[in-house]
Structure formats: structure tokens, C-alpha cells
Ligand binder design. Structure first.
Ligand code: ADP
Ligand code: MG
Length: 600
């Protein structure tokens, strides 16, 4: 990465788009407000000066009430302007957060679907949502405060030097010492210790969550102290780091910092004592006292200003980590879309010398896989778990793109087909069904948004879902999915099949589930399969070999390679991997029947 890293804040501000000027306006208003906020101090000092000048004839100080009103006006005006400043920054901050969310989601739409397999979509959404929210403190408050405080500091320094540079220097010395103390606390090798402390804190909270999540397992398996071990260790580790952090790193510098910010006044006294005799000699003791009063009043602002800067700095750090998480989403790879898409002819599917390696994985999940599915044929992918069946199926809809070779649909490389056309031509039913929290009706209709209720009902019927819809309290308008009415795995599978049936795409890719093997569901699912695949080009991944015996062709995948290919008849008698799998399958089926018979 040669490109100079852009300032995080300007990256963040880019998200505010045309609302950026509001942030700048807010910052400027805040500066004005802060400077106005200092004016009452000057008014007080002016009043004190006049009083000292006329002492002890107090009644001659006619201007005092004027200063009083001016002080009030400035204080009030400062508050009003600060309020306006915050209105501006908030408007812009909310826009920015919503733009981040919008752009993030828009970007996610362009990432390959496979990205969501390795990154749970809910987690991504939370990350984006949370991070967008976290930028708000910085944009709505911290930036305005930083600019305001800087303006206040500059005004303060100018005023201090203008009135009497010696007393000004005394006040500033205190500020300089406390700033140095702050930097020694944060910088150098301490930065590493602080990072260690923070990661220990992170780790502890993660271990805590893990522990709570694991409680059911602990209870079931009667685990005892050992289950605490990681959690306990993380707490001890945190405690050690925290002690080091607070004791070794923070104690001295923080004490110095606080002492000097709160007591700038103390520095003034020796300087004043040195200067007093000369002032008396000149006969201007009154003027000297008024100057002294000015610094005494003003030194009080220093600590407020420093505290504000500290607070704002923590806001910047927070926003930086939030931006890091936003960038993770924004930097997710995009699916390459071909500029001049070609139209597929027919529904043939062909794998041509396909190899594919998952990102971050050492060995390929598929190597040199070639096979062909003619229009209207059914091809089954079988083989041991981890053989690469799901991977092969997910290359067709471009969940991932091949590392080498090509996958063709209708004689055209899938990368050259318009993604919408590709998606319209293929219906998928995958192992992990994507049932979302909505009514059965909407869950099925997702495949074809313009479908009528009649069409949806028909699809449900074909998918053998009548028993499900009948028992649901509101029929097909009952909400299912997470937080909705619970459906068993087999039932969810059938709803997913109804969705695919409604889509009525010419190509079907099926990754059959292994987990839901209750016989009643199984028989219904088989019927639904039949309804779905009739007259279609089908690639099916089957775990129950009984479902693949009728396939036009069976491809046996082992360790990412095609090891056998042929019909059930030829393969089952060839003595290879398939015939062994077939024997095992029959033995298991027989065993099931036998035990069932013995029980009866
Ligand atoms: P099958 O469906 O035949 O059981 P898969 O296609 O799921 O096999 O897996 C093939 C290989 O790819 C396995 O070694 C598996 O560990 C690996 N694999 C599957 N999915 C991923 C993934 N998202 N990231 C990395 N490796 C994966
Ligand atoms: Mg699989």
C-alpha cells in the first residue's frame, strides 16, 4: 500500500456527502460559542478593575451593572450559538450514519453470496449498524468541541500574553507541564502496554460471553471447575494488566496532570510576589492587582479546556475503531459483473476443468472437475463428506467464482451472464434453509414477488405442505422463522421447496439435507422433490442414495476430484467407491428395518 493513508476523519466526513458543510458550520459556530463563553470572565474582570479603581468609593463604579448585563448576554448568546452548532453537527452526523448504513448495504448487495456463508449476515448488519452509530459521538459532539476548545485555547493564549506576558507564562507553564504528563502517559512504550490492557479487557468480555453460552453444555456434561478455567484466567490476566496500567503507567503522570491543571493559580503567586514591589514603586499597585485578578480568573479555564480535549480525544479513538469495522464491510470483495453479458442458450450445465480453493485455505476444495449435465437431465453428486459437493453446486450461481477452469450454463461462462438472468434461471434449495421471520406466504413468495395467493397456495400444495398450513393458527399468513412459530427441520425444508417450485426455474440445484430424517417428513420431501424437478435440468446432492438411483448420471466426488462417473447400474457393480457406499447404505437401511421389526 503505497498510497498515503487518508485522515480517518476526512474519510468519515466523505460519508456525509452534501451535508458536510453542516459539520463545518457547526464547528465554526462552536468556536464562536466557546470564545463568547470566555467573555463573561472578561466582564467580571472589567468590573473588578473598575471597583478597584474607585475603591473604597464603591458607589462611583457606575459601569459595574453594565458589565453584569454584558456578561449575562455573552453567556446566554454563547449557549444559544452552541445549541445551533450542535443542531448542525447532529443533522450532519445522523445523515452520515444513515449514509454509512446505506452505502454498506449497497456494497453488500454486490458481494458474492458466498461471502455471507463465512460472514453471518446478522453479524455483518450489527457490525455496520453499531459502527455507524458509534461515529455519531465524534461527528455530533467531539469535532465541534475540539474546534471550539482550540479556539478557546488560542484566544486564551493571546489574551494572556497581551495583558502581562510574565503572569501569562506562569499560567501556561502549568498547562504545558500537565500536557507533557499526559503525553508521557499515552505515548512511547506505554502505548503497547495500553493496547495490551485493552485487548485483555476485550478477551475477558469474550470469554465471559463464551462461558455463559456454554452453560447448557456444562450442565449436561457435569463439567466442574475446568469450565471456568479460561474465564477465570482471562479475569486474572485482566486484573494483572489493569494493575500495571493504573499503577505503573498512570499513577504518577495522572497525578502530575491533575495537580497542575487544577492549580495553575499556584504558579501565579510567586510571579506576583516578584512583580509586586516594582509595581508599588511605580505607584500602580491598583493596576497590578487588576492584572493579577485577570489571571486568577482565567487560570480556571485551563482545566476545563484540557478536560474537554481529553474527552474529545477518546471520541476520536472510538470513531477510529468504528471506521475500521465499517471498512471491513466496505472492503468486502465485489462480484465482478461482465459489461457485455451474453445470453445462455438452453439449460445445459458444464464444468470445464474447474479448480477452486477457498480463500485462506491451503488445499483446493475442487481440483480439475469436469462434467456435463444436458438439458432436462438429472445429475447427482455423491461422495464422502467434505468431498466438495456443496462447493461444486455453489459455483453455479456464483456464490464463489472458480479459481481456474469455467462453469458454463447454456454454453456461456457464468461470469459472462448477467447475474439477474443467471439467478432467474436457477432455483436453489440448500442445506441450510433460509427461512426468514415472516409469514409462510411471504417466505414462499420471495421467489416470485408478483405471485398471487393462489399461485403460492398451489406451490405449497405441490411441496406437500398442506399438513403444515393446516395446523398453523393463521394458515399461510402465520409468521414463522426466528421468533415466529417453530417449524421442524423437515417442515422448513418443504417450505423451501415450495419456494423453489413457485420460482419455476428451468435449472434446479438441490443440496439435500441430511439432518431431518424422520420417515414421515422424508416421504413428503421425496414427493416434493419429484414435483419440483419434473422436466427440469437438475443437479442434486443426495445423502440418501435411494434418491439418486434414477439419476441420468452420478458423479462421485472425493477429496475434490471426480473419482467415478456413470449410472447407478454401472457404478454399483464396478467395485469402486460408489459400490462400497451403496453397500453401506443398504446395510444401514436393512439394519433400520431389522431393529424396527425386532421392536415390534
Ligand atoms: P461436501 O458438501 O461434499 O461435504 P464441501 O463442498 O462442503 O463438501 O467441502 C469441501 C471442502 O471445502 C472441505 O474440505 C471443506 O472443509 C472446505 N470448505 C467448505 N466450505 C468452506 C468455506 N466456506 N471456507 C473454507 N473451506 C470450506
Ligand atoms: Mg455439503
Amino acid at each position: 500500500m503505497k498510497k498515503k493513508k487518508r485522515n480517518d476523519i476526512s474519510v468519515l466526513l466523505d460519508y456525509s456527502g452534501r451535508y458536510k458543510w453542516l459539520t463545518y458550520t457547526g464547528m465554526a459556530l462552536s468556536a464562536i460559542a466557546m470564545v463568547m463563553g470566555m467573555m463573561p470572565y472578561i466582564c467580571i474582570w472589567l468590573a473588578v478593575r473598575d471597583l478597584i479603581a474607585v475603591a473604597p468609593e464603591w458607589s462611583e463604579a457606575t459601569s459595574v451593572s453594565r458589565y453584569g448585563w454584558a456578561a449575562f448576554a455573552f453567556a446566554f448568546g454563547g449557549i444559544v450559538i452552541y445549541f445551533l452548532a450542535l443542531m448542525c453537527t447532529h443533522l450532519s452526523a445522523f445523515r452520515t450514519a444513515s449514509n454509512i448504513r446505506k452505502q454498506g448495504v449497497a456494497h453488500l448487495m454486490k458481494t458474492p453470496l458466498g461471502f455471507f456463508d463465512s460472514n453471518a449476515s446478522g453479524l455483518l448488519r450489527n457490525r455496520l449498524d453499531g459502527a455507524a452509530g458509534e461515529t455519531e459521538t465524534l461527528l455530533a459532539h467531539n469535532l465541534a468541541d475540539i474546534v471550539g476548545t482550540a479556539a478557546m485555547f488560542i484566544t486564551m493564549i493571546v489574551l494572556m500574553i497581551v495583558f502581562d506576558w510574565r503572569m501569562g507564562a506562569a499560567c501556561l507553564l502549568a498547562a504545558v507541564i500537565s500536557v507533557i504528563a499526559l503525553f508521557t502517559m499515552m505515548g512511547g512504550k506505554n502505548a503497547k502496554l495500553i493496547a495490551e490492557y485493552q485487548s485483555a479487557q476485550d478477551y475477558m468480555s469474550k470469554a465471559g460471553t463464551e462461558y455463559v453460552r456454554g452453560i447448557p453444555v456444562v450442565k449436561v456434561f457435569q463439567q466442574t471447575v475446568y469450565s471456568f478455567k479460561t474465564f477465570k484466567q482471562s479475569i486474572e490476566d485482566y486484573s494483572a494488566k489493569a494493575e500495571k496500567y493504573t499503577g505503573k503507567i498512570c499513577r504518577l503522570p495522572q497525578s502530575v496532570n491533575l495537580t497542575f491543571t487544577e492549580s495553575a493559580f499556584v504558579f501565579l503567586i510567586p510571579v506576583a510576589l516578584i512583580m509586586a514591589p516594582a509595581a508599588i514603586k511605580k505607584g500602580d499597585f491598583g493596576g497590578f492587582i487588576t492584572d493579577f485578578a485577570f489571571y486568577a480568573v482565567f487560570s480556571a479555564i485551563i482545566s476545563t479546556a484540557l478536560a474537554k480535549i481529553m474527552f474529545a480525544a477518546s471520541g476520536i479513538m472510538l470513531a477510529q475503531t468504528a471506521l475500521g469495522r465499517i471498512n471491513q464491510v466496505m472492503n468486502a470483495p465485489e462480484l465482478e459483473v461482465c459489461e457485455n453479458p451474453e445470453t445462455p442458450h438452453g439449460n445445459m450445465i458444464e464444468f470445464k476443468d474447474v479448480s477452486f480453493t477457498y480463500e485462506g485455505s491451503e488445499s483446493p476444495a475442487l481440483s480439475n472437475v469436469s462434467f456435463k449435465v444436458n438439458s432436462g437431465e438429472t445429475v447427482a453428486l455423491v461422495g464422502p463428506s467434505g468431498g466438495g459437493k456443496t462447493t461444486a453446486a455453489s459455483l453455479i450461481p456464483r456464490f464463489w467464482d472458480v479459481s481456474s477452469g469455467s462453469v458454463e450454463v447454456g454454453g456461456v461462462d457464468v461470469r459472462k451472464i448477467d447475474p439477474h438472468v443467471l439467478m432467474n434461471n436457477i432455483a436453489f434449495v440448500f442445506q441450510n434453509n433460509r427461512i426468514f421471520k415472516d409469514s409462510v406466504f411471504e417466505n414462499v413468495r420471495a421467489a416470485k414477488p408478483e405471485a398471487t395467493e393462489e399461485e403460492v397456495k398451489k406451490a405449497l400444495q405441490f411441496a406437500q405442505c398442506d399438513d403444515i398450513t393446516e395446523k398453523l393458527p393463521n394458515g399461510i399468513h402465520t409468521v414463522i422463522g426466528p421468533e415466529g412459530t417453530y417449524l421442524s427441520g423437515g417442515e422448513q425444508q418443504r417450505i423451501a421447496l415450495a419456494r423453489a417450485i413457485l420460482k419455476d426455474a428451468p435449472i434446479i440445484v438441490l443440496d439435500e439435507a441430511t439432518a431431518f430424517a424422520d420417515p414421515e417428513n422424508e416421504a413428503l420431501i421425496q414427493k416434493a422433490f419429484k414435483a419440483l424437478t419434473m422436466g427440469k435440468t437438475v443437479i442434486m446432492i443426495a445423502h440418501r442414495l435411494s434418491t439418486v438411483t434414477g439419476a441420468n448420471k452420478i458423479i462421485v466426488l472425493d477429496d475434490g476430484k471426480v473419482v467415478e462417473e456413470g449410472t447407478h447400474e454401472t457404478l454399483s457393480s464396478s467395485g469402486g467407491l460408489y459400490s462400497r457406499m451403496w453397500k453401506d447404505y443398504n446395510r444401514a437401511a436393512e439394519w433400520k428395518i431389522k431393529t424396527a421389526a425386532e421392536v415390534m
